[in-house]
Every structure is written in structure tokens, then in C-alpha cells.
Ligand binder design. Structure first.
Ligand code: UFG
Length: 341
């Protein structure tokens, strides 16, 4: 019998890729999404990849009665992976209440409903944004968190605290907090990828849109940072590596005989790459010459951040294996599939 795993935000970029790995590893993903920042294309891609119908519930993760009915109807949900959240820094500055209601509210509602239904295993999507600009690199899970730069970042920090307090109170919740660095790439079939709504905020969708001609050019936000080539440094991790880490985290939770548990894991490749290095790798991997220019710094950007991933390797028995060229090639193939969208 395949164990059912509720995947909130299951039609989103990371959610849908994780669902494909869950299916491959013998689990039954049950998706919940309200399409506020996701896309039906990913759901149909997922169905093609898995060759299965994949149970899908449309609705809001803040909707307590909907959550109750899903737990009741499905009957035997074994664990929850909680992706559903808004994730745009700028938007969060404009609409803080919406972000707190949506991201924090949904996490509280979900935990309450899980407790009522006796479901304990919980994987939570957090972000390296909680580290801000760290004093020392690479960052470990014990690196102190910095005050959040935006309401979005604060929602991740607050949710981590809420989950930790719940576990500390002795409630039967076993939680793995996954702090993502920068996810890139697509499923190797190119049937799923990132579908940005409006002008993309993140580097890769903007870059591939510039390469295909949707945007006139890519602007590199600053080349006067204290880095070897002056552009910012990040830890870019392939989406399939990231998805696999979720399934490893799930296996870890399910095999740990504890009533309550709270563990944080960094998910990156453990190496920093600059924006200019990434552009060169993209050009080499795809043969496309990118139209880009150097512009001013983007307010709020950290100069450099990359992960120490020893804990994930030791405890989750997981390591990122894909190469940046492969991720960028896949991202380009996905953009070609989307066309000028
Ligand atoms: N960049 C550009 N040009 C662009 C877009 C991005 O040069 O058009 C650069 C940024 O300056 C940064 C790098 O590309 O150096 C990556 O930028 P992204 O926006 O893709 O990702 P961030 O590292 O800024 O985002 C991360 C997390 C978010 C989180 C944010 C908070 O992915 O979840 O940090 O700082 F909100």
C-alpha cells in the first residue's frame, strides 16, 4: 500500500517536482493548491511523468474545513509536506498582512488539523533568507538567523519558531525544516518547470525570458560587491536534487521513533557561484548568447551566501549530484517549451 503524503502547494515549482519523486519512490502524493502562484501546466506535466491521475484538491491551505475534509476523505494521510506560501520579497513589503495571514496562518491551521487527525510527520519549506548576510560562510544550521529583511523572510522565520514551540511543548509533531538555497532547473523530461506569473523576480526565469526574447535584456544587479568578479554569490541547487531531499527528509521522519522532533537542514550544493559565472555556464550549456548588462545593486540583496550541507549528508543520506550546466540546459529547454511566455 502506497503511503499518502499531503503536498500543500503541490502544483507549484518545488511541490510538483517533489510529488514526482514521491511517486517514483513508492509514495502516493495527494496535492492541495489554490493556483495563486502555481500553474495547471505543472499538474498535467506531473500526470504525464507519473502516468497516474494524482489526486488533486483545489483550495486554500488556510481553509480549516477544507483541510479537515481532505484528511477525512483521504482517511490515511501519513505525512505532510508544506510548500504552500507566497514568496515574493517586494510583494510582501507591499502586502504584509496578506503574507502573514497566508504563510503564517496556513502553517498554524495545518498543524492544528494535523494534530486533530493524529498526523505527526511534517516537512516544512524554509529558506536561506533566514540567515540574511551571515558573518561567516558557509552557513551551518547553527549559524544565527538575522532579523528578516522583508515580511516574506519574517514569515519563514516565524513559521520555524511556531513549529519549534509546538514541538517543544511536547505535542506529537515531528518536523524537518528545510532551508533551501537557490533552486534552479527542471524535471529532465522538461514536462515541468518554473512558470513565473508576471515579471519574474528570480534570476533564472528572468534570464531564460531574456534569452528567448520576452525581455529585452537581463540586468545583473551590481558588479561592485566584494566577490571575485564583483557580482553576488549564491548556492544554486538543482530542483530534482532539492525534490529528492524532501523524500529523504520524509524517510528520516518516518524512521525516527520519537514522539516529537525538530530538525533543520540546509539544502544547497555547498558551493557559491556568482551571477556572472552562472551566465557564462548558461551560454556554454545552451550555445545561446545572452543579452545582459550590469545595472545597479538591488536593494536588500545579500552579497554572498552558500551552505554547509554536512548535516543533510550525514542525517538524510542525501547530497546534490546535478551539475549547474545540466540545470541551466533544462531551464532553457523548458523556456523553449513555454515559448515567449
Ligand atoms: N539577479 C540579477 N538579475 C535579476 C534577478 C536576480 O542579477 O534580474 C541576481 C540577484 O541580485 C542575486 C541572484 O541573481 O544575486 C539571485 O537572485 P534571485 O532573486 O533569483 O534569488 P535571491 O537569492 O535573491 O532569493 C533568495 C531566495 C528567496 C528569498 C530571497 C531573500 O530564493 O526565497 O533570497 O533575500 F526571498
Amino acid at each position: 500500500m502506497r503511503q499518502k503524503i499531503l503536498v500543500t502547494g503541490g502544483a507549484g515549482y518545488i511541490g510538483a517536482h517533489t510529488a514526482s519523486v514521491l511517486d517514483k519512490e513508492g509514495y502516493e502524493p495527494v496535492l492541495l493548491d489554490n493556483f495563486s502562484n502555481s500553474d495547471r501546466t505543472l499538474l498535467s506535466g506531473l500526470r504525464k511523468i507519473t502516468g497516474k491521475q494524482i489526486t488533486f484538491h483545489e483550495g486554500d491551505c488556510n481553509d480549516r474545513s477544507l483541510l479537515h475534509s481532505i484528511f477525512q476523505k483521504e482517511g490515511d494521510i501519513a505525512a505532510v509536506i508544506h510548500f504552500a506560501a507566497r514568496r515574493y520579497v517586494g510583494e510582501s513589503v507591499e502586502k504584509p498582512l496578506y503574507y502573514y495571514r497566508n504563510n503564517v496562518g496556513s502553517t498554524i491551521t495545518l498543524l492544528e488539523v494535523m494534530l486533530e487527525h493524529g498526523v505527526s510527520d511534517f516537512v516544512f519549506s524554509s529558506s536561506c533568507t533566514v540567515y540574511g548576510q551571515p558573518d561567516e560562510l558557509p552557513v551551518t544550521e547553527d549559524t544565527p538567523r538575522k532579523p528578516a529583511e522583508s515580511p516574506y523572510g519574517n514569515t519563514k522565520k516565524i513559521c520555524e519558531d511556531i513549529i519549534q514551540d509546538t514541538v517543544l511543548s511536547g505535542q506529537p509533531i515531528k518536523a524537518a525544516i528545510l532551508r533551501y538555497f537557490n533552486p534552479i532547473g527542471t524535471h529532465p523530461s522538461h514536462l515541468m518547470g518554473e512558470v513565473p506569473h508576471g515579471v519574474p523576480n528570480n534570476l533564472i526565469p528572468f534570464l531564460t525570458q531574456a534569452a528567448v526574447g520576452v525581455r529585452p535584456e537581463l540586468v545583473v544587479f551590481g558588479d561592485d560587491y566584494d566577490t571575485p568578479d564583483g557580482s553576488c554569490i549564491r548556492d544554486y541547487i538543482d530542483i530534482m536534487d532539492l525534490a529528492e531531499a524532501h523524500v529523504q527528509a520524509l524517510k528520516f521522519l518516518r524512521s525516527t521513533e520519537a514522539n516529537s522532533l525538530f530538525e533543520i537542514f540546509n539544502l544547497g550544493i555547498g558551493e557559491g557561484k556568482s551571477v556572472l559565472e552562472l551566465i557564462k555556464t548558461f551560454e556554454k550549456a545552451t550555445g545561446v548568447s545572452l543579452n545582459y548588462k550590469i545595472g545597479p545593486r538591488r536593494p536588500g540583496d545579500v552579497e554572498k551566501v552558500y551552505a554547509n550541507v554536512d548535516k543533510a549528508s550525514e542525517v538524510l543520506l542525501w547530497k546534490a549530484t546535478r551539475d549547474m550546466s545540466e540545470s541551466l540546459y533544462n531551464a532553457w529547454q523548458w523556456q523553449l517549451r513555454l515559448g515567449k511566455h
